[in-house]
Design a binder for this molecule. Structure first.
Ligand SMILES: [Zn+2]
Length: 66
């Protein structure tokens, strides 16, 4: 069994799957978005740094597919 990275619920192992449900996946993505917004608001990272990192990662691994 695999433990959901968000809530810890066990689920059968599936290739590349780290969340037990789309709710957990959505909750994690929303939390990451909030964190990113807080980091920009508090000056930890700038929008341009965020954009550059995102563009570099897209170029390295291809488009995000969820
Ligand atoms: Zn979960």
């Amino acid at each position: 069994m695999t433990a959901c990275k968000w809530c810890g619920t066990s689920f059968p192992p599936m290739k590349k799957k780290v969340f037990c449900s789309t709710d957990c996946k959505s909750a994690c993505h929303a939390a990451v978005k909030d964190l990113g917004e807080d980091m920009v608001a508090s000056g930890i990272i700038t929008i341009s740094q965020l954009r550059d990192r995102h563009e570099a990662k897209k170029a390295a691994v291809g488009p995000y597919t969820g």
